[in-house]
Design a protein around this ligand. Structure first.
Ligand code: ADP
Ligand code: MG
Length: 826
């Protein structure tokens, strides 16, 4: 059998591709494993402390029992820790002598000892792990001594690095070239910029031209590098030019955080109070008033306004911002706005985008002109890792410390995929910088993600004090939606969280996936805003070219469309197959959402909106939740369902669990769970809210019960709004303490979020089933007897499929509540 050179080549290629996938998968698992290990150690320590607390005194019967249990748990935990240590010791042998030195903090001595021992060591053919490790440390040490003060590359090691567990080798490969004319700013011009910040933005020289173009055309596509001033300046220019005399300027954002932070910024630039002339509107939070003329809002909110005001008569300009993100609602808005522009003579539409494939938008809007704002970006050096990284969160932290120890001043921006990773990174960095003492400048750690309180979000924009270095740990939001000045170094692990939808199974999940090359370029670009920068990619060049796709696929192609379909139906758009989408969603997904809406009773068998459907469309919620709220009246528990929906809407951030009081926190949570007989998380949330209410919404109560005050206040806010909305759709308020009735109402909305217990202890979802597990954060996770049927609020994928917010149900309810979805089988 002969194979040609080429064939063999491509075989190698696919094999390598598989290997890369495998390595990446392993790396993710390694990360999760490490986290578990850390937790296990904490658990062991906690238990030990608690056992000690019992002391020598006489114990009551109950205390004795308690102590006995704790001792048993401790034994299990410490046995597992021992096993774990043994596993780990394969990788790194402890060295008592060096460790002792290290404890004394005598670095210089340590170097000498190591060097000495290396010299004395006889040459051997085979090296042990220990020797290899020593050699590595020595070479680091020697190069640290020789290292000049240049510090212009990460390989210029310093003695500090010996304090780091590890270091990462990067290879410098490419340069992301600068754009447009760039002048180096002297310190003098910096002062001027501070005085005239608005006028120094790249968009400013084009102010008049832009206004002329907007005056001349109904639809204009504006393209410009992130940070050029599109979001903050365009609305102000239009306001100054008098457009707000005829109506509001609406500017949509795909992200809530962006809408809030940009509105805040613009209100400051205009020297008005946020919520007066400049305001924002996001779901469950309307920060505007009658005076508001510049309104930043999420794209979803504008979509809702279409329902109440189909011609958007109160607006003179609509800016669809961040169009390149192609969020689901932005895509739908573009279709609606396109239609609107044909109807309304006096409206202006601006589609604003960061990337250069604006051609597509232009074509879509009947060849609308494209206005390019020439970019201004300094060159960025690109570095790749030599091999895939085993744990990208850890690798990112190491890189932060490497930069901090070896690179000249400049802030660092790290892209992570979500709150959990960001919190883990904050912890790692805090831990490691403690060890560095005061010899290095201060490292100011600023996390930013959507559920972070807004005061803390604002912190990322504070200028870095001299001598310190800021490290911003951000989700994708920092890619194009917000610009943080002063960033010189970008660390890009190459992942993001993405929604995926399997229309056949009707399953929506959040996955951590590799980013696209377009995203990678955007991320790198963040380093070159104010001076030449560096971007450290925690992946190989091979991955970049072979594993990443060109562009991120639009959300509409990979999401559940039920809510959007319901909105479109209630706007009178019946023919969805021929609707003018920028990218057509998969027919499968459309059909599936029509089916779901039919099953929920929102559509009749001819696909027309029912009365129920019309009421559901009034609520800014996912159809299952809307259905459950409206149905709750029938089960006599609308008050309770409102509370549960409000609590579910605050994003898993109700309970907190400080490390040093984890057991107390868990028992507080378990107490809520018990109130309704331990049937599940939904009722635990209800109990928690009710007790808080009984305490007079007390903050003290929150502290005592390990509940986040801020989240509770948010839930109360949302609940108030749901209350008003239910009034509007005429749901009768009623209350019941019967948890069966409450759960039946939940089933009425979430009947296809149901799973059944399998013999192996996992659960199987219904209809095109997959195997899922109860998430460890659920109160049912540890139950002795797992319920046979569960209803879940969401399904996520991390190391496996997990369902979060879980409640036990009775399968007979499914037949009662959703007979056209479930048929008798068993
Ligand atoms: P674009 O929309 O073109 O990406 P923006 O209008 O968002 O640009 O940003 C313009 C400038 O305004 C950025 O350089 C950034 O420094 C500044 N900026 C934006 N938002 C804030 C904020 N919340 N706080 C401080 N500065 C901000
Ligand atoms: Mg912007």
């Amino acid at each position: 059998q002969e194979t040609t050179e080429e064939e063999r080549g491509s075989e190698d290629m696919t094999r390598d591709e598989e290997r890369i996938h495998l390595l990446r998968e392993l790396s993710r698992q390694e990360y999760l494993k490490k986290r578990e290990r850390r937790k296990l150690r904490e658990l062991e320590a906690e238990l030990r402390d608690e056992i000690e607390l019992f002391g020598e005194e006489e114990l009551t019967e109950k205390e004795k029992k308690d102590l006995e249990l704790k001792k048993q748990l401790y034994e299990i935990a410490s046995k597992r820790v021992k096993e774990m240590d043994e596993e780990e010791s394969h990788y790194k042998m402890p060295d008592p002598y060096v460790d002792e030195m290290e404890q004394k903090g005598d670095m210089q001595k340590k170097l000498e000892v190591l060097t000495q021992r290396f010299k004395e060591a006889p040459k051997k053919e085979l090296k042990t792990d220990q020797e290899e490790w020593e050699e590595h440390q020595i070479s680091l040490a020697l190069s640290a001594r020789n290292a000049s003060e240049k510090g212009d590359s990460l390989s210029g090691k310093t003695a500090y690095e010996l304090l780091l567990d590890d270091s990462i080798d990067f290879i410098s490969e490419d340069i992301l070239s600068g754009q447009g004319t760039v002048e180096m700013k002297s310190s003098l011009s910096k002062d001027i910029i501070q005085k005239n910040e608005r006028e120094s933005l790249p968009i400013f020289p084009f102010r008049e031209e832009l206004l002329q173009a907007i005056a001349a055309y109904k639809v204009l596509v504006v393209v410009g590098e992130t940070g050029s001033g599109k979001t903050t300046q365009l609305p102000q220019y239009l306001h100054e030019a008098g457009y707000t005399k005829r109506g509001k300027i609406g500017c949509t954002q795909p992200r809530r955080v962006a809408a809030m932070s940009v509105a805040d910024r613009v209100s400051k630039e205009m020297k008005v109070k946020l919520g007066s002339e400049v305001g924002y509107s996001i779901r469950f939070e309307d920060c505007t008033c009658e005076k508001t003329v510049i309104k930043y809002m999420t794209d979803g909110m504008l979509l809702r306004e279409f329902l109440n005001e189909p011609d958007l008569a109160s607006y003179s300009v609509i800016i669809i911002d961040e169009a390149h993100e192609r969020s689901l609602h932005t895509d739908i808005l573009m279709a609606l706005v396109k239609d609107l522009a044909r109807e309304r003579e006096d409206i202006k539409v601006i589609v604003s985008s960061a990337t250069l494939n604006a051609e597509k938008f232009s074509v879509y809007f009947d060849d609308a002109p494209v206005f390019n704002i020439p970019g201004r970006r300094f060159p960025v050096d690109l570095y790749y890792t030599k091999a895939p990284e085993a744990d990208y969160v850890d690798a990112a932290c190491i890189t932060v410390l490497q930069i901090h120890a070896t690179q000249p001043a400049g802030d660092i921006l790290v892209f992570l995929t979500g709150q959990d990773e960001i919190e883990a990174a904050v912890e790692i960095l805090n831990e490691r910088t403690r060890g560095l003492g005061s010899r290095l400048g201060e490292l100011i750690i600023c996390p930013i993600y959507s559920t972070l309180p807004s005061e803390q979000q604002a912190k990322i924009f504070d200028p870095t004090p001299p001598g310190a270095r800021k490290v911003v740990l951000a989700t994708n939001i920092a890619e194009t939606s917000v610009t943080i000045d002063g960033v010189v170094y970008v660390i890009d692990p190459g992942f993001c969280k993405q929604k995926r939808y399997d229309p056949r199974a009707g399953i929506e999940s959040l996955l951590v996936v590799p980013i696209s090359r377009a995203s990678a370029i955007q991320r790198a670009g963040r380093a070159g805003r104010t001076q030449p920068g560096k971007c450290f990619r925690l992946y190989t060049k091979w991955s970049y070219y072979n594993e990443m796709s060109d562009e991120t696929s639009p959300e509409i192609l990979r999401t559940n469309l039920s809510q959007v379909v319901l909105s479109l139906k209630s706007l009178g758009i019946d023919d969805l197959i021929h609707f003018d989408f920028l990218d057509k969603p998969p027919t499968d997904a459309l059909i599936r959402s029509l089916e779901q809406l039919y099953a929920l009773g929102a559509l009749n068998d001819r696909g027309e909106l029912t009365k129920l459907g019309r009421r559901m469309a009034e609520l800014p919620l996912d159809p299952p939740m809307s259905k459950c709220l409206i149905a709750s009246e029938k089960y006599g528990c609308s008050e309770e369902i409102m509370t549960i929906c409000a609590m579910l809407s605050v994003n898993n951030s109700i309970f907190y669990r400080p490390k040093d009081k984890a057991v107390m926190a868990d028992s507080a949570k378990a107490a809520f769970h018990r109130v309704f007989g331990g049937v599940g998380d939904h009722l635990g949330l209800l109990a928690c809210y009710c007790q808080w209410m009984d305490s007079g919404y007390s903050t003290q109560w929150c502290y005592e019960n390990f509940v986040q005050v801020r989240s509770m206040k948010k839930a109360r806010d949302i609940r108030d709004q749901l209350d008003a909305m239910l009034e509007r759709v005429e749901v009768v308020k009623c209350s019941s303490n019967d948890h069966q009735q409450i759960r039946k109402a939940l089933v009425a909305g979430f009947f296809y979020h149901v799973a059944c217990l399998q013999k192996n202890g996992s659960y199987r979802t219904i209809k095109n089933p997959i195997s899922v597990h109860i998430h460890p954060s659920s109160s049912l996770f540890k139950s002795e007897k797992l319920p046979r049927w569960i209803l879940y609020h969401e399904l996520v994928f991390t190391s496996d499929y997990f369902v979060r917010q879980v409640t036990e149900i009775d399968s007979s309810w499914l037949l009662q509540v959703a007979p056209h979805y479930y048929r008798e089988k068993e």
